[in-house]
Design a protein around this ligand. Structure first.
Ligand code: SF4
Length: 171
């Protein structure tokens, strides 16, 4: 695990109880700042890296701890992987509570694996369910569970292991 004390998050919003951002009842963090600029994005107010508000990982965890009904936390955006160090601190605490972590990203899993920073790798390790890929307006499907467009994938730990093995085979 990388060593850092960065725990400050820049958020665009919080939903304390959601049933549409992953399995079960979830505490959702919407991060502020996104480099993807997907056409038709439903959260354009999250794109600027300057806006939103600041909150520490410790404050997030204290709020989660108050609600024993939560199955876990979801990191959405914005782009969560642009704030991987602080989200790792949140994810560690969530998992220590016996809850699970869902992370949405506009990057593909394969692209994240190519990023050199150790925090990206660690946030992937701490994530139980990864929902990856940019929003593609032409592939929008309102029937999809959790996802906005059909190019996006729900990747469990097992799915990611299989993808990594396939990438190694064809490298
Ligand atoms: S990754 Fe998400 S927040 Fe970022 S532009 Fe695409 S849809 Fe919007």
């Amino acid at each position: 695990m990388p060593d850092s004390s960065i725990s400050q998050l820049r958020l665009s919003g919080i939903v304390e109880e959601s049933i549409v951002d992953g399995p079960g009842l979830r505490f959702v963090l919407f991060t502020q700042g996104c480099p993807h600029h997907c056409k038709g994005c439903h959260n354009p107010q999250t794109h600027s890296f300057e806006g939103g508000f600041l909150m520490t990982a410790e404050a997030v965890l204290a709020s989660v701890e108050e609600n024993p009904l939560l199955a876990g936390a979801t990191f959405s955006g914005g782009e969560p992987f642009e704030q991987a160090p602080a989200l790792c601190a949140v994810a560690e605490g969530i998992r220590t509570m016996g809850k699970n972590v869902v992370t949405f990203t506009g990057y593909t899993y394969e692209a994240l694996l190519c990023r050199p920073d150790p925090w990206t790798r660690y946030l992937l390790e701490l994530t139980d369910l990864l929902i990856d890929g940019p929003y593609v307006e032409a592939l929008r499907d309102p029937e999809l569970r959790f996802r906005g467009s059909s190019n996006q994938r729900e990747l469990t730990r097992a799915d990611r292991k299989r993808l990594q093995a396939a990438m190694r085979r064809y490298a």
